[in-house]
Design a protein around this ligand. Structure first.
Ligand SMILES: Nc1ncnc2c1ncn2[C@@H]1O[C@H](COP(=O)(O)OP(=O)(O)OP(=O)(O)O)[C@@H](O)[C@H]1O
Ligand SMILES: [Mg+2]
Length: 338
C-alpha cells in the first residue's frame, strides 16, 4: 500500500465541482508534484490533505491510517502556503519556534531545533529580524524553516517559489530537495511551472479541471504526453491541427490526427544543403527569430502561416541568422498523434 492515498476524493464549492473523484497514491519519502493551470484544484487538494478543507466523499489515508476526519493538528503535516504567512509581529526565531511551543517542548530543545532549521535554510544570522526586514526570498526560507522544524511526516508546498527571482528560485529548489532528503519527509508540491516540476519531482501528477490527466516520471510525461493538452504544457511541443500540418508538409501528411513534436526533435540546416532522406518530413521556412535559452538556441521558423519552434544546442546559434531560409526535418517516428 502507498504511504499516502486519496480514494475517490470529491469536493465542490457550491455548484463548482472542484475535485472530481481523485484517486492518487504517493510513495513514502518521494517528492511528487501536482502540475496544472490556474484554478484546476491543486491548492484545494493540498488543503484537503492538510485538513483545512473538508471533502464530500472519498477518503484520505496516511501511513495506512484513515485521516479523513482528523483535526489538522493531529495529521503531522506541514504546509508552505502560496502566499507568505509569517507572523509579522514576531521575530524570525519566534516565528519558527511557534509550532514547538505549542507542542510544549523545553526551552533548550526549542533553541536547538530552531537553530538546526535556520541552519538548513542558511539564515542563522537573521534570527532576530522581523519579517518586514527580510527580502521575499528570505521570508520564504523562514517559512520553509518554520514548516520543517516540527519534523512533519509530510511536507506540502503550494507554489513556494512564486515571488522569488529566477536565480534564488533555483537555489531554493535544490535546498528544499536537500531538506526533504535530510529530514526524511514525503513531499507534495504544487506548481504551474513545468520546468520546476521536471527538476524537483520523482513523480508528476498532471491536473486538469479537477481530474488527473496523467501521472508519471518527469521523463515519461515529457516523452509520452498522453494528450495534446499535456504536450502543450510539457516541453513546448509544436502542436498542429491535421489540416495545418498537411499544409506545412505541402500535403505529404494526409492523416486526420493532430500532430505534436518537440522542438529539439527537429533538425535545422541551410536551405542549400541536401535535404534529409528516409522516413522524415521536410519543410522550409524563414528564421523569424532566434532566442537563446540557457544552453539552448530556439529558432522560430515561419513555414507558410505557421510558426515552428526548433531547438539546437547554443553553439549552433551563430551558424544561422534572422531572415535566413532554412530546411527543417522531423523523423516520422518522433511525431505523436492525438
Ligand atoms: N474557499 C473557496 N470558496 C469558493 N470557491 C473556491 C474556494 N477555494 C477555491 N475555490 C474555487 O475552486 C477552484 C480551484 O481552486 P484552487 O485554489 O484549488 O486552484 P489552483 O489549482 O490552486 O489554482 P492556482 O494555480 O491559481 O493557485 C477555483 O475555481 C476556485 O475559484
Ligand atoms: Mg493554488
Amino acid at each position: 500500500m502507498a504511504y499516502i492515498e486519496f480514494k475517490d476524493v470529491n469536493k465542490s464549492f457550491g455548484d463548482n465541482h472542484v475535485l472530481k473523484n481523485i484517486n492518487l497514491s504517493v510513495e513514502k519519502d518521494s517528492f511528487v508534484t501536482l502540475l496544472g493551470s490556474s484554478g484546476c484544484g491543486k491548492t484545494t487538494l493540498l488543503r484537503s490533505f492538510a485538513g483545512l478543507e473538508g471533502i464530500e466523499g472519498g477518503k484520505i489515508m496516511l501511513g495506512g491510517e484513515d485521516i479523513t476526519n482528523k483535526h489538522p493538528r493531529e495529521r503531522n503535516v506541514s504546509m508552505i502556503f502560496q502566499h507568505y504567512s509569517l507572523f509579522p509581529t514576531m521575530t524570525v526565531y519566534n516565528n519558527i519556534a511557534y509550532g514547538l511551543k505549542i507542542k510544549k517542548l523545553s526551552k533548550d530543545k526549542i533553541k536547538e531545533e530552531v537553530k538546526a532549521a535556520l541552519e538548513a535554510v542558511e539564515l542563522l544570522d537573521k534570527m532576530k529580524s522581523y519579517p518586514s526586514q527580510l527580502s521575499g526570498g528570505e521570508q520564504q526560507r523562514v517559512a520553509i524553516a518554520r514548516s520543517i522544524v516540527t519534523r512533519p511526516k509530510v511536507l506540502l508546498l503550494d507554489e513556494p517559489f512564486n515571488a522569488i527571482d529566477a536565480k534564488l528560485r533555483k537555489e531554493l529548489q535544490l535546498k528544499i530537495k536537500e531538506i526533504h532528503k535530510k529530514y526524511g519527509m514525503t513531499s507534495i508540491m504544487v506548481t504551474h511551472d513545468q520546468d520546476e516540476a521536471m527538476t524537483m519531482s520523482d513523480t508528476i501528477h498532471f491536473f486538469k479541471n479537477g481530474n488527473i490527466e496523467q501521472s508519471g516520471s518527469p521523463l515519461d510525461l515529457y516523452m509520452n504526453p498522453r494528450t495534446s493538452y499535456v504536450a502543450s504544457f510539457m516541453g513546448n511541443y509544436n502542436i498542429y491541427q491535421p489540416e495545418i500540418f498537411s499544409k506545412i508538409t505541402s500535403g505529404k501528411y494526409s492523416g486526420s490526427k493532430t500532430t505534436a513534436f518537440r522542438p529539439e526533435a527537429l533538425s535545422i540546416s541551410d536551405i542549400n544543403k541536401e535535404k534529409a532522406q528516409g522516413e522524415v518530413y521536410n519543410f522550409s521556412g524563414e528564421i523569424l527569430d532566434i532566442i537563446p535559452q540557457q544552453n539552448v538556441a530556439r529558432f522560430i521558423v515561419g513555414v507558410g502561416d505557421s510558426k515552428i519552434f526548433a531547438d539546437t544546442i547554443i553553439d549552433q546559434l551563430s551558424k544561422f541568422k534572422k531572415g535566413q531560409m532554412v530546411n527543417l526535418s522531423i523523423g516520422k517516428n518522433k511525431i505523436l498523434y492525438y
